[in-house]
Design a protein around this ligand. Structure first.
Ligand code: CMC
Length: 429
């Protein structure tokens, strides 16, 4: 394999090194392109740009592979433990039992919010979008933990990570309680991660919510399957913001905003809206598929397609399985699941989707699981954020540990007006 590529511009030939990753993926290193040639690279939406090297997650888009720190996602299916996976992503290896105990204890110790934060919740209208509240409240955490705005040691990173990963659950549950005018339920230190979240969501002061094993397993798996996905839009946002040396809270708050969009995390809401519209008889599954193939309709088959996966998304396959199992065990029949399967069947046999390599993605089945747990649709993307947080922290940490880190600052090709004079307002047409 050649270790460099030749680029000829105006008769002069330049050599560009080729770098190779662990899984054999190759890239042209254009770090010195501009200084040597005076040219930049134009790559709208970064479809061909590796923005960094990273050792956290690998996706084999053509092979349907996803591994966290080298461990295939499927390995987590039997005994899913989100806390363990969070530590793995951030620190690069599975925690041994004392590391796990310490991290768990830190999560327990820091689940509560400062009591004054309740006033912030009260300032939001009941109808406020949960992702807006979440982003604002993660930023607000930085005001309550000024000692964690600069992180130098591994212990400080763990302290900040534990607070964020623990408190995001409390923030999410309080967001839900606030929007429904319900009293806030404090975290219970005796409960593990997902049970505690469900307790804060669904218990009442006069009646305790007890989650079933099946629900806890499904929720752990949903969070794990969302935990990292290399340089996706929100993670790249976290890295971009963090590259200015903005603190971890500010960087993760920006990640929440990026995740909110319907082409990213917000797709899980759009999937359910689409399935509900079909269920209510507005359209048949076939009609919807036809609309989604017609570009002028502006409609896409939500939960389908991916920038990287051009085979299948392993997360979608695992979610479909756990969705079937959970609904079966709980004795729930959700007509939306039937519609989702019907859409999948049609699309996977339709030339439009086959030729474009469009397969179900992580958002296609996750909403049906969350619905069965009792999570309202407008909270789905918040659940995605809880899951993705360890990935954001891992990337922020990886980037900040790089002694050669520079601020991210892309170039552009200017296509605006040529130099123009200022015209006084009285002379403007
Ligand atoms: N329904 C219908 N057509 C589609 C779809 C879809 N869901 N997705 C892509 N296409 C078509 C698109 O119109 C284009 O066709 P053509 O080549 O004729 O112009 C072709 O497939 C390639 O699409 P693209 O928009 O260039 O692909 P992209 O890599 O820029 O976008 C995507 C990826 C995920 C934004 C897109 O597939 C999409 O909008 N999917 C629906 C939204 C969704 O489910 N998003 C969640 C993504 S996974 C979770 C996450 O990362 O947040």
């Amino acid at each position: 394999m050649p270790s460099d590529a030749k680029l000829t511009i105006d008769g002069k030939t330049y050599s560009l090194p080729i770098v190779e990753g662990t899984e054999g993926e190759r890239a042209l290193d254009i770090t010195s392109l501009r200084s040597e040639t005076g040219l930049t690279a134009l790559d709208p939406a970064y479809g061909n740009t590796a923005s960094c090297t990273s050792g956290i997650t690998v996706i084999g888009g053509d092979r349907g592979i996803l591994r966290y720190r080298g461990i295939p996602l499927e390995e987590f299916a039997d005994k899913p433990n989100f806390v363990e996976v969070a530590w793995l992503l951030i620190f690069g290896k599975l925690p041994n039992s004392s590391e796990y105990q310490q991290f768990s204890q830190r999560l327990t110790n820091h689940a509560n919010l400062d009591e004054d934060m309740k006033h912030h919740f009260m300032g939001f209208p009941r109808s406020a979008p949960p992702m807006a509240i979440l982003s604002a409240m993660i930023s607000t955490l930085s005001c309550f933990h000024p000692q964690l705005l600069e992180l130098h040691t591994s212990d400080e990173i763990e302290a900040a990570a534990a607070r964020l990963i623990s408190k995001i659950r409390t923030l999410a549950a309080y967001t839900y309680r606030h929007s429904h005018g319900l009293p806030y339920i404090y975290p219970d230190p005796s409960l593990p991660y997902t049970s505690n979240f469900l307790h804060m969501m669904f218990s009442e002061p006069y009646k305790r919510y007890e989650s079933s094993e099946e629900v806890r397993r499904a929720l752990n798996l949903v969070l794990i399957l969302h935990a990292d996905h290399e340089q996706n839009c929100s993670t790249s946002t976290v890295r971009m913001v963090g590259s200015s040396r903005a603190n971890l809270f500010a960087s993760c708050a920006a990640g929440v905003s990026a995740l909110w969009g319907p082409l990213h995390g917000g797709a899980n809401v759009k999937v359910i809206e689409m399935l509900e519209a079909i269920h209510q008889g507005n359209q048949s599954a076939d009609e919807f598929i036809n609309l989604s193939k017609d570009k002028s309709s502006g409609i896409r088959l939500m939960g389908f397609g991916h920038r990287i996966y051009k085979n299948f998304d392993p997360r979608a396959m695992m979610l479909r399985k756990v969705c079937d199992e959970m609904l079966d065990t709980l004795g729930i029949h959700d007509p939306l699941l039937d519609i989702a399967k019907r859409l999948e069947d049609i699309a996977l046999n339709d030339e439009y989707f086959v030729s474009r390599k469009l397969y179900p993605n992580v958002d296609f089945y996750s909403g049906i699981i969350l619905r069965a747990i009792g999570i309202p649709t407008n909270m789905f993307t918040v659940l995605f954020a809880i899951g993705r947080l360890p990935g954001w922290i891992a990337h922020w940490h990886e980037q900040n540990s790089d002694p050669n880190m520079r601020i991210s600052r892309p170039r552009q090709i200017y296509t605006g007006n040529p130099k123009s004079p200022y015209i006084d307002v009285r002379d403007r047409t």
